[in-house]
Design a protein around this ligand. Structure first.
Ligand code: ZN
Length: 249
């Protein structure tokens, strides 16, 4: 059976350009309503910053059966920080989020930038699945792989692909290997048009993005894909290959 994961990075609006939380306040409840209607469990990687501001939304995510993961402390670029500061952000984020769940399994670095020298710290902080690699970024790792005890499950396509008109994104989904890992952000589900931002932070945001997400979920279900959380993938997948290192290519 082909596997897919539907994941969301829950952060402030379009970092680093804005410091508002419209996506969390308005977009996240819309996503949760849609997933409840479609009976799909997803993964929500929260920054500790958002979790501290909106604890009731973290509780709603967990209560509705979704997986809670970490997306750093303040959405800091871990590759740009001195290693000791990056490690502190990872540990503090794990501490802030672990009060909501029995075990916190999953990590995704902000901007999908996780230097390999931080992988031991991610594991020591208690995480056993990392989803910070992307099939479309160096080292172009597209399949799950192992780094010591850490399972790494790369994202398959960038988030704005999910806002392309359906006839353009459909052939992309057809070509993805299993597990297909999708990610998006709550701010994509509020209307960002009319703002002076990077075009990919604005294009087809709001209601249109929600319709397209519903369409993707329907497509996966009808196509026989099993939509799994990262915690579930960790129990299913047993890749033998070691992860490539960005710095070794
Ligand atoms: Zn992010």
């Amino acid at each position: 059976m082909r596997l897919a994961a539907v994941t969301f990075d829950v952060e402030h609006d379009c970092p680093p350009y804005l410091n508002t939380y419209h996506g969390v306040e308005k977009g996240l409840p819309r996503i949760l309503d849609l997933l409840a209607e479609k009976r799909v469990r997803a993964v929500f990687y929260f920054t500790a910053d958002v979790a501290k501001r909106y604890p009731s939304l973290v509780r709603r995510v967990v209560d509705e059966g979704h997986e809670l993961g970490s997306h750093g402390y303040m959405h800091e670029r871990l590759d740009k920080l001195p290693p000791s500061d990056a490690i502190r952000a990872i540990v503090k984020s794990a501490q802030a989020l672990s009060r909501y769940v029995e075990t916190l399994h999953s990590f995704r670095a902000p901007n999908l930038q996780l230097p390999s020298y931080l992988l031991p710290a991610v594991h020591r902080a208690g995480f056993d699945v990392d989803s910070s690699l992307a099939a479309y970024k160096p080292p172009f790792q597209s399949r799950p792989c192992i780094h010591n005890a850490l399972l790494r499950v790369p994202v398959s396509v960038t988030s704005s692909v999910l806002r392309l008109p359906w006839h353009l994104q459909r052939p992309i989904h057809a070509r993805l290997p299993s597990p297909a890992v999708y990610f998006s952000h709550p701010w994509e589900f509020v209307d960002m048009r009319g703002r002076l931002l990077r075009p990919d932070c604005v294009f087809n945001t709001g209601e249109r993005a929600l319709e397209l997400l519903a369409r993707l979920v329907e497509h996966l279900k009808r196509g026989g894909w099993r939509i799994a959380t990262m915690e579930e993938l960790r129990g299913i997948l047993s890749p033998q290959s070691r992860c490539m290192d960005k710095y070794s290519i």
